[in-house]
Design a binder for this molecule. Sequence first.
Ligand SMILES: C[S@@+](CC[C@H](N)C(=O)[O-])C[C@H]1O[C@@H](n2cnc3c(N)ncnc32)[C@H](O)[C@@H]1O
Length: 250
Amino acid sequence: MRFDIITIFPEFFRGVFDFGIVRRARAGGLVEVAAHDLRGWTHDRHKVVDDRPFGGGDGMVLKPEPIFEAVESLTGLAGGDAERFREAGRRVVLLSPQGRSLTQALAGELSKAEQVVVICGRYEGVDERVAEALATDEVSIGDYVLSGGEPAAVVLVDAVTRLVPGALGSETSAVNESFSEGILDFPNYTRPVEFRGRRVPEVLLGGHHAEVARWRRRAALGKTRRNRPDLFERAELSDAERERAGGGDD
Ligand SMILES: C[S@@+](CC[C@H](N)C(=O)[O-])C[C@H]1O[C@@H](n2cnc3c(N)ncnc32)[C@H](O)[C@@H]1O
């Protein structure tokens, strides 16, 4: 699959995808990532990409024309009907704090696309017609405001790449991770067995696979309940599991 990132700061991405799993996926030809300068799709001498907001107010807004042109030239498809992109196996993601949350489920959906075009906003944001008629998805990486979409694009490319088949060393790795079953991953320990007075839970040292699995499930549920009560509420659990996790049995 291919990521095409549209940004006014293409240099931001220099070297950022040269590490770990994303580097390996790129080297292995599983994913390609390219950052494109939005100013390349302007036609005036000063390469202007922003303008003042109608209705007044502070700051500047990214203009729609270069963004539409960029997406159309990178996909080879006409904008104006986001459904067309989906049908062609493409996704056009507008990064915005007003978008729907980037979840593991959405990352999984995006990992099945042939091409993901990522639009990075700046300033006060992007002319709303991009969300209305160009983007297939308006996506937020969390309930906070970044200065620009570039850090969010790095997060999205990383989260999606690890779900591209073959990107992780073992196919089962992503299956066991946090959120894959709607709850958090279990806690991990490594050597030494005792560190500054804190011992690794005895059950993990015993080599009894069924007991380890039971402990891990309980610990994962306990941690989800403590740190993410919203996920715990929604998780599909038996009454017994819910009760055990509620009883501080982790
Ligand atoms: C300063 S923000 C604009 C914030 C906008 N005025 C608002 O309050 O909703 C500039 C750009 O950063 C990016 N951005 C900021 N926060 C983000 C988030 N939580 N998730 C994804 N992108 C974000 C978007 O591309 C946005 O257009």
